[in-house]
Design a protein around this ligand. Structure first.
Ligand code: DX5
Ligand code: ZN
Length: 219
């Protein structure tokens, strides 16, 4: 089945002093949603931003907000992220022994529940979570920093996850995050990704609209 491809620029690469202008430019450029990377300095070796920034972004746009929690024990913050205006909340399978419960909590808040897999994590980790998820995020870099090069082995996992979702009859979004550019997007969409996160690939593009349009070309 041919699915539409959506692009979620990552605000990690924005100019935080000019966030309103950057968000307006992404809206004009055809972004489908905004990706917000919450990092706690423990699950990943970097700290980014949290609730106040998400609330500020919520007030600036009607685009859906895709919150990627790179946070240890993310269940502690799910209700707050929902209250801040997140539409999708994604937790890492590696970040809690109770990922199933965390996904249930996201759904109880009326939000789309996402589960993320680090590059070293097996696709099989999803097996008993599929009934709960509206989004699977395959990390194609080690999380924590923008501007890294995609890890080729992680591309194999996209196809494996696509096969699992299709076999289960799941319509969950298949999101990829890390190293996506207009030039290489089809390496991700070819094996079945439907939602592309891109930080530097959008923000460093000379023409953001052209870069997003090229990422959406179906393979
Ligand atoms: C990395 C983050 C990404 C990051 C992607 O840990 O999850 O969302 O912003 O940046 P690029 O697109 O530059 O690889
Ligand atoms: Zn991310």
């Amino acid at each position: 089945m041919k699915r539409d491809i959506q692009v979620a620029p990552s605000l990690l690469s924005c100019d935080f002093g000019r966030m309103a202008e950057d968000i307006a430019s992404l809206e004009r450029a055809g972004a489908d949603m905004l990706h917000l990377d919450v990092m706690d300095g423990t699950f990943v070796p970097n700290i980014s931003f949290g609730q106040p920034v998400i609330r500020a972004v919520r007030a600036l746009t009607k685009l859906p907000l895709d919150v990627h929690m790179m946070v240890q024990s993310p269940e502690r913050y799910i209700d707050e992220m929902a209250a801040c205006g997140a539409d999708i909340i994604t937790v890492h399978v590696e970040a809690t022994p109770h990922v199933h419960r965390a996904l249930q909590r996201i759904r109880e808040n009326g939000k789309i529940a996402g589960v993320a897999l680090n590059p070293g994590t097996q696709a099989e980790a999803l097996r008993y979570l599929l009934d709960e998820v509206g989004l699977v995020l395959v990390m194609t870099v080690n999380p924590g920093f923008g501007g890294q090069k995609m890890i080729p082995a992680a591309l194999e996992k996209i196809g494996a996850v696509r096969a699992m979702l299709d076999a289960a009859g799941s319509e969950a979004l298949l999101e990829v995050d890390g190293g996506v550019t207009a030039e290489n997007a089809q390496l991700y969409t070819g094996p079945g990704a439907t939602l592309l996160v891109s930080g530097t690939g959008v923000f460093h593009a000379a023409d953001r609209a052209a870069a997003i349009a090229k990422m959406k070309v179906r393979p």
